[in-house]
Design a protein around this ligand. Structure first.
Ligand code: ADP
Ligand code: MG
Length: 389
């Protein structure tokens, strides 16, 4: 697929959504002292909207007349951009709305997309004000590129759109448990990791996926209900989590959502050419679609904005605490795969299904919590657009 770059016209008008609570609580101050002077200089006009509560931004972009703005920027963490993406997808005119160029200006404690875009642009790693300056500079330049989104569907009928990650187990626990350390900014993840290492838990479930390699060699669409996969092991050491399959949720309007052509309903086994992981005990399952999970956390160094892949990491039970600590410390430089840890499995995938055997632990989507239940998802190539370097 070709990549179409775009450029914001000049002068242009940008909606800036700002979460005053994100990160260390200085986003508004940072806007006035750092962002605004650069936008003024570059002839970028803006409308500033300061959120008052969770979902405020989501409701705004769901209903607003988007034609007033050339781009929608978010000065916050990844959580607020996640609201924006989902708010846009809830619109009747989602097909046009989701093409509005988005922009991440890092002001939160989790700024994974900003760190990733900084990396894609070839910059050395940057933190805090320096990262914010780089990202504001990208907005001033106005170059935007397509970005893949992942659609996630749950057994109880939720449907979500995600630009960053899906996770379960250790890494998600760190993300959620470290919320209370948000005053520490970026360091919250390091503190959280060490804390979670003390009470390491095992999560049981079945993981299946469609590797990128397989998907490019299989020409026919999966379509028909598949027969039992040959690796498909009946669950022995866990009870399958029974949730009655719900009809696919309908969008609240006429236009249908992008079709999940790679997925079959939860009551059917995954298509035959998928891989079913034989092990069913995990420390963490984590799919990341960008290079960085944090400014100093290069989880998938080869990932790109539109590589058509989720980078799936599966950390199997049996890894020692020391082994795990080593892996996480190596992630700072992105060298964790070089350690050849036998418990860490990495594969780029187009789609996956995760069926937990019990509803233990939280799942996370782009760092935001999701109640634990069966989930499946697939990549939608170049569905949205993002200001990039
Ligand atoms: P951080 O990176 O610090 O977590 P985010 O921007 O990701 O910052 O926001 C964290 C959460 O705060 C998100 O779930 C978002 O919906 C919510 N939120 C947005 N605006 C507000 C607000 N004004 N007050 C409290 N929470 C908010
Ligand atoms: Mg967040």
């Amino acid at each position: 697929e070709g990549v179409t770059w775009g450029l914001l016209s000049r002068p242009c008008h940008v909606l800036v959504l700002l979460n005053p609570q994100s990160g260390t609580g200085h986003a508004l101050q940072l806007f006035h002292s750092l962002v605004q002077p650069m936008l003024d200089e570059a002839d970028v006009a803006f409308t500033l909207f300061v959120t008052e509560r969770p979902n405020h931004a989501r409701e705004l972009v769901r209903a607003a007349d988007l034609s007033q703005w050339d781009a929608v920027a978010v000065l916050a963490g990844d959580g607020l951009l996640y609201e924006v993406v989902n708010g846009l997808m809830e619109r009747q005119d989602w097909q046009a709305a989701i093409k509005k160029p988005l922009c991440t200006l890092p002001g939160g404690s989790g700024n994974a997309l900003a760190a990733s875009i900084n990396h894609y642009a070839g910059n050395t790693r940057a933190f805090k004000e320096e990262l914010l300056t780089n990202c504001t500079y990208f907005l001033c330049k106005g170059l935007h590129a397509p970005m893949d989104l992942v659609s996630l569907s749950t057994a109880s009928g939720k449907r979500l759109y995600s630009f960053l990650s899906f996770g379960w187990g250790f890494i998600s626990d760190v993300d959620i448990a470290s919320e209370k350390y948000r005053q520490l900014g970026n360091a919250r993840f390091t503190v959280g990791t060490i804390q979670q290492l003390a009470g390491l838990k095992v999560y049981k479930g079945r993981l299946s996926y469609l590797p990128v390699e397989t998907s490019s060699s299989v020409s026919s669409a999966p379509g028909s209900p598949s027969e039992q996969n040959s690796h498909h092991v009946p669950c022995s050491n866990g009870r399958p989590l029974h949730i009655l399959p719900q009809p696919a949720p309908r969008p609240p309007h006429e236009g249908s959502w992008p079709e999940d052509s790679l997925l079959v309903p939860f009551d059917q086994p995954v298509p035959k050419h998928w891989t079913v992981v034989p092990e069913e005990e995990f420390i963490s399952i984590f799919a990341i679609y960008q290079s960085h999970l944090g400014a100093d956390f290069a989880m998938a160094p080869t990932a790109k904005l539109h590589d058509g892949a989720m980078h799936l990491f599966c950390l199997k039970a049996g890894v020692s605490r020391l082994g795990l600590l080593r892996l996480f410390l190596a992630m700072e430089k992105g060298t964790h795969l070089d350690l050849n840890c036998p418990h860490l499995h990495y594969v780029p995938v187009r789609a996956f299904r995760l069926e937990p055997f019990a509803s233990t632990g939280l799942m996370t989507v782009d760092g935001e919590p999701l109640a634990c239940e069966p989930v499946q998802g697939q990549v939608h190539d170049q569905l949205c657009r993002i200001i990039s370097g």
